[in-house]
Design a protein around this ligand. Structure first.
Ligand SMILES: Cc1cc2nc3c(=O)[nH]c(=O)nc-3n(C[C@H](O)[C@H](O)[C@H](O)COP(=O)(O)OP(=O)(O)OC[C@H]3O[C@@H](n4cnc5c(N)ncnc54)[C@H](O)[C@@H]3O)c2cc1C
Length: 357
């Protein structure tokens, strides 16, 4: 029997476990991931805002793995040798595979500044960010660096939780939500103004301590709780793996979700880039990749021909605004309201129910 290793309990692998429960692959399957509870990012700003507790926003991989007949190993890859088909784990163990599927997500990009790692908190792992926030609840000021969708949601969630805390959103780009539709940007700016959240754009952070962020132009921004939401970087352990990577260091895959250099390796979610159809690093696209990944792993295990897949070009973006209010955007249109939050809440809860055994 082939040895099929699922590395990482990310969004795409949830669908793989679901599919394997319906149809057992012709392989011995194991899932390697550091924690049995995997956070669902769509609900995390709601956890910070106090609408959900952490456990409500996590999926327990143990029953999903058991139902799929898959051995769960709580550990993390620290290196991969694609030529030898071996994964080295944090525990020191070395795992051999015949087929490998990687869905380990991205790692946060932390600025290379003195104090960046001790005085600031990366947005991932989300569990750690929440722990840091719980110990910093007395903070009188907070800043989020990085005004992408996650940064915008987090600053509004922090403000909702501590309305008297001075909140600032900082980005080096001249506008918020760079690259996203202008109508969405306008709605978000109006919402930030309404909530009296300060926005500082065109700003490069040059230093940080426990009380403030310093900018290159000499300004200082009060922040006793700083979150780095500065974008997704590839995991460092991919660098020496021998796998073909894109120009940023993510695994380069083709339309069958196979590595361009090693066809026995599949990858999906933030960790991978489909070279002919690149998409933003977001949970929506990781979720969409799940069913085609599962189908191709089943085919690969029985040596069938694999099927190509093209991800959709546009996705619905639902941005939570701290309070029970949200903004929806797809292509050129956008909407907002309390009802949009309830709609998002229904979608998120339905997703969680699907994987709650
Ligand atoms: C605060 C926040 C809010 C967000 N909100 C949204 C949103 O509303 N909508 C949206 O589409 N996207 C959102 N995103 C982006 C979204 O979180 C990611 O794009 C998505 O989680 C990627 O899914 P994934 O399957 O690639 O990996 P992940 O969900 O990151 O899962 C990776 C898994 O791999 C495991 N793992 C990590 N390293 C290793 C290792 N070395 N060995 C083994 N296992 C490992 C992890 O423990 C985890 O279980 C948000 C992100 C953040 C930070």
């Amino acid at each position: 029997m082939k040895r099929l290793v699922l590395l990482g309990g990310g969004h795409a692998h949830l669908f793989v476990l679901e599919a394997f429960a319906r149809e057992q692959p012709e392989a011995v399957v194991s899932l390697i991931t550091p924690d049995a509870l995997t956070p669902y990012s769509g609900m995390m700003p709601g956890v910070i805002a106090g609408h959900y507790d952490y456990r409500q926003a996590c999926i327990d991989l143990a029953p999903l793995a058991a139902r799929a007949g898959c051995a769960l190993r709580l550990d993390a890859a620290v290196s991969l040798d694609a030529a030898q088909r071996q994964i080295r784990l944090a525990s020191g163990e070395v795992i051999d595979y015949d087929l490998l599927s990687i869905d380990t997500g991205s790692t946060p990009r932390i600025p290379d500044l003195p104090g960046a790692d001790t005085c600031g908190h990366p947005v991932k792992p989300i569990g750690q960010l929440l722990d840091s926030w719980h110990t910093a609840r007395a903070a009188r000021s907070a800043a989020v660096v990085g005004a992408g969708a996650a940064g915008v949601e987090i600053i509004m969630a922090l403000h909702h939780r501590q309305p008297r805390m001075r909140c600032t959103l900082v980005d080096r780009a001249p506008c918020l939500l760079d690259g996203l539709p202008v109508r969405l940007q306008r709605r978000v700016i109006a919402e930030l103004v309404r909530q009296r959240i300060e926005v500082v754009t065109d700003a490069r952070v040059s230093g940080i301590d426990g009380d403030a962020l310093r900018l290159e132009d000499g300004r200082s921004i009060p922040s006793q709780f700083t979150v780095w939401a500065t974008g997704a970087a590839p995991p460092a352990w991919l660098r020496g793996s021998g796998l073909a990577l894109d120009e940023r260091g993510f695994i380069a895959t083709g339309p069958t979700l196979q590595s361009l250099s090693h066809p026995e390796v599949f990858a999906a979610g933030d960790v991978a880039t489909m070279i002919d159809a690149p998409r933003p690093k977001s949970g929506v696209f990781a979720v969409r990749a799940g069913p085609p990944l599962a189908a191709n792993l089943l085919r690969a295990a029985r040596r069938d021909t694999l099927q190509p897949w093209t991800p959709q070009t546009r996705a619905l973006l639902l941005l939570a605004c701290g309070r029970r209010h949200a903004i929806a955007s797809r292509g050129g249109w956008s909407l907002q309201g309390d009802w949009v939050w309830r709609w998002k809440d229904r979608i998120d809860r339905a997703f969680m129910r699907r994987f709650d055994l």
